[in-house]
Design a protein around this ligand. Structure first.
Ligand SMILES: Cc1cc2nc3c(=O)[nH]c(=O)nc-3n(C[C@H](O)[C@H](O)[C@H](O)COP(=O)(O)OP(=O)(O)OC[C@H]3O[C@@H](n4cnc5c(N)ncnc54)[C@H](O)[C@@H]3O)c2cc1C
Length: 342
């Protein structure tokens, strides 16, 4: 079967605030963008690490939370219909004979564009893996680190591990459809919002989910398919919990991942750029936001926004030398206003 790639004007790796604003700047110039992010929603660090914390240094926004900023960016870019490829990592990048770049994602999607913008922050958020014996044997078949399709767990026996928001939220989210859920956590205290903790405790009190305090010590079952999970309880007992799927939620760590293999000028886990264009030095590949570095770099959202604007104005004439670039003020330029739908 011949794989068909999705063609677009600009591929943006990373849907953090800077990747999102790049969609806006590209849209003003008439460019269409596809974004790839391995998180399940746009927003990068703002939504993943501090959704409810106020930010005080966004120009003309005296106070805005991480989530509000991302919601507003999503509204601002909506006239340009960006396409999001979420829950997948941008993995392989190759140069085609027509000079375009072809990007492959971890979910097997293939995108093609003359412009690739790396707006990857500190890299991909990847799940921290627990150290259980033979864990790799069960990964993908019986152990999942994220919930992509809830109906996979319909009428199944689940063991969820962890004491943070993700673990408790998925206990609540999957309880109505799973056959049985047991939460395993090593102590009585949780690192979750008080509201989630209260809801979880009510489910336990109502006998709808089980809670075992202890540590997972064994995974049992043939051919990567779990039969049960062995747990050493805090009382020192060993119990085996029947299990079709185990979902460990131990938090996330950040890693540059495949981007480090793309042959770009890396400088201590960042990418060196030319500040006139935000080009990486490899034709057609640009880097903006936290991932890029140069002598006066300040890692702030506002600097990323500036970098996105300069990058788009440099990438356009490089990639589309025959097209006229409609630059100007949003207040007065009618071509730009038409694109914005105002
Ligand atoms: C607690 C905290 C408070 C902060 N407060 C402020 C503040 O007050 N003001 C301020 O200006 N800044 C603040 N920052 C910094 C700010 O959040 C960052 O500067 C900003 O998020 C950078 O945006 P970005 O889009 O470059 O990267 P990120 O927000 O990191 O987004 C990058 C995205 O790229 C994705 N990604 C990476 N690699 C891949 C890949 N290979 N495939 C698919 N997806 C990939 C990641 O999943 C991520 O979603 C704060 C940061 C933290 C942690």
């Amino acid at each position: 079967m011949v794989e068909v790639s999705i063609k677009t004007d600009m591929i943006i790796v990373g849907a953090g605030p800077v990747g999102l604003f790049a969609v806006f700047e590209a849209g003003l110039l008439g460019l269409k963008c596809h974004l790839i992010d391995n998180l399940d929603r746009p927003g990068g660090q703002c939504t993943e690490l501090y959704p409810e914390k106020p930010i005080y240094d966004i120009p003309a926004r005296p106070k805005v939370t991480g989530q509000e900023l991302v919601d507003d960016l999503m509204q601002q870019i909506s006239p340009f219909d960006p396409v999001f490829h979420l829950n997948q990592q941008a993995s392989d990048l190759i140069k085609l004979e027509n000079n375009n770049w072809q990007m492959m994602t971890s979910e097997g999607e293939i995108l093609e564009s003359p412009i690739v913008v790396v707006a990857a922050g500190a890299g991909s958020f990847v799940p921290k893996k627990p150290k259980y014996p033979n864990l790799e044997k069960y990964e993908e078949k019986s152990v999942d680190y994220a919930v992509y399709k809830m109906n996979k767990y319909q009428d199944k026996e689940l063991v969820i591990v962890g004491g943070g928001d993700s673990a408790l939220d998925w206990v609540m989210g999957l309880e109505p459809i799973a056959k049985k859920i047991t939460l395993v956590h090593r102590r009585e205290g949780f690192r979750a919002s008080p509201d989630s903790e209260a809801q979880f405790k009510k489910l336990v009190a109502d006998g709808k989910v089980d809670f075992v305090m202890g540590n997972v010590t064994a995974l049992n079952g043939p051919d990567g398919k779990l039969d049960n999970v062995g747990v050493e309880t805090v009382e020192g007992e060993y119990v085996e919990l029947n299990c079709d799927y185990m979902l460990p939620f131990m938090g996330l760590k950040i890693s540059l991942g495949p981007i480090a293999e793309w042959g770009l000028n890396l400088n201590r886990k960042h990418i060196d750029v030319n500040t006139e264009t935000f080009s990486t030095g490899t034709e057609g590949i640009y880097a903006i936001g936290d991932v890029c570095t140069y002598p006066s770099k300040i890692k702030l959202i506002l600097t990323g926004f500036y970098e996105a604007a300069v990058m788009c104005h440099a990438a356009f004439p490089y990639a589309f030398p025959d097209r006229k670039m409609a630059t100007g003020y949003t207040t007065t330029n009618t071509a730009i206003q038409e694109r914005l739908g105002v």
